[in-house]
Ligand binder design. Structure first.
Ligand code: PBG
Length: 325
């Protein structure tokens, strides 16, 4: 052998050595499974653009959550498809609303599971926007009260964590104040602090029936080109009382994840969103990629970029795969 002093390949020779020097370790404990609650009983309706993801009635949600917990997934984040929608998103904060019932059902079925509720109005408004609309505009301050009310109703139903995703200015502060006022000082806020206006939410809007009836979300969600603005958004949410920060989507924004990780000490979540999942599924179905490997590589990349928590529709599959190693 020639005298190369540095040979990085020495540490890649066997799986045992590779494992010893592995830097980022994806773990089942990192994963959160998103679930979609719908009315009815015994309902499991597959989302056509998200194979393996279903609209589930409350009884089925409880089963799915128990199943995930058994696979080693510690938490779920719940979304709802209400019976009916209106201008003021009544279904979002109804005491017997669909997500409130789903929270209770998961709590009952799997007491040790972390229950997170997505706190937004878009699934409950007739126009599909994340806030109150007047004159074709999504009004910020008028939306805060309804968002805070939604968070309190989710806390009342038993959520451990509420996760505001509407991108209204001041939403974290409004929620913190309302939760404290209602004696839910122990309910944490996972803020979708850095949420970009993304084409990758497309399949989710089919799953949650939440596509905006007019326009788009670019007047409240962030522009894909902006990185400094992400720091500013995160800073504001820290000041307002966020307990976790989130970056969303994940894969196309790994640089943002790294920046937020380096600048803030709060736990950091990344949302591997519906379109990112759908792309992998579609390529896998055609036999174009090895799905398991592509899935683990994607999630490991998100972890390496700095995420502590990963919200992914692959949570159960990934947990099963990780348990096997
Ligand atoms: C609600 C919300 C959305 C997602 C999470 N919460 C949709 C949106 O902002 O349009 C997207 C999640 C995904 O695509 O998996 N505002």
């Amino acid at each position: 052998m020639s005298s190369l002093v540095q040979r990085p390949r020495r540490l890649r020779r066997t799986e045992a050595v590779r494992s010893l020097v592995r830097e980022a370790r994806l773990a089942r404990e990192d994963l959160i499974l998103p679930l979609f609650a719908c009315p009815g009983e015994g309902v499991r309706r597959e989302v056509s653009s998200m194979p393996g993801v279903f609209n589930l009635s409350v009884d089925e949600i409880a089963r799915e959550a128990a199943n995930a917990f058994e696979a080693g997934v510690p938490g779920v984040i719940l979304f709802g498809l209400p019976e009916s929608k209106d201008e003021t998103a009544t279904g979002a904060y109804a005491e017997r609303g669909i997500v409130q019932e789903a929270i209770r059902a998961v709590r009952r079925a799997v007491p040790d599971m972390v229950v997170i509720a997505d706190t937004c109005l878009c699934e409950y408004t007739s126009h599909g926007h994340c806030g109150v609309v007047r004159g074709g505009e999504v009004l910020n301050d008028e939306s805060l009260e309804l968002i805070a009310r939604t968070a309190v109703s989710q806390a009342e139903a038993g959520a451990d964590i509420v996760a505001p995703s509407a991108m209204m200015d001041g939403q974290v502060g409004a929620i913190r104040e309302a939760l404290d006022e209602a004696d839910f000082g122990n309910v944490a806020i996972m803020s979708y602090a850095v949420k970009y206006a993304s084409a990758f939410y497309g399949p989710f809007r089919e799953a949650a029936d939440s596509a905006p009836a007019f326009g788009d979300r670019r007047a409240y969600q962030m522009d894909a080109a902006n990185a400094r603005e992400a720091v500013r958004e995160a800073e504001l949410d820290v000041m307002e009382g966020a307990d976790f920060l989130m970056v969303k989507p994940a894969g196309p924004y790994l640089d943002i994840l790294r920046t937020i990780r380096d600048r803030f000490d709060l736990p950091l979540a990344a949302y591997h969103v519906s379109g990112e999942y759908a792309m992998l599924k579609a390529a896998a179905q055609r036999g174009w990629i090895d799905e398991k490997r592509a899935m683990l590589e994607t999630l490991t990349g998100i972890k390496r970029a700095g995420a502590d928590v990963i919200l992914t529709y692959y949570a159960v599959e990934a947990a099963r795969e990780l348990a096997r190693r």
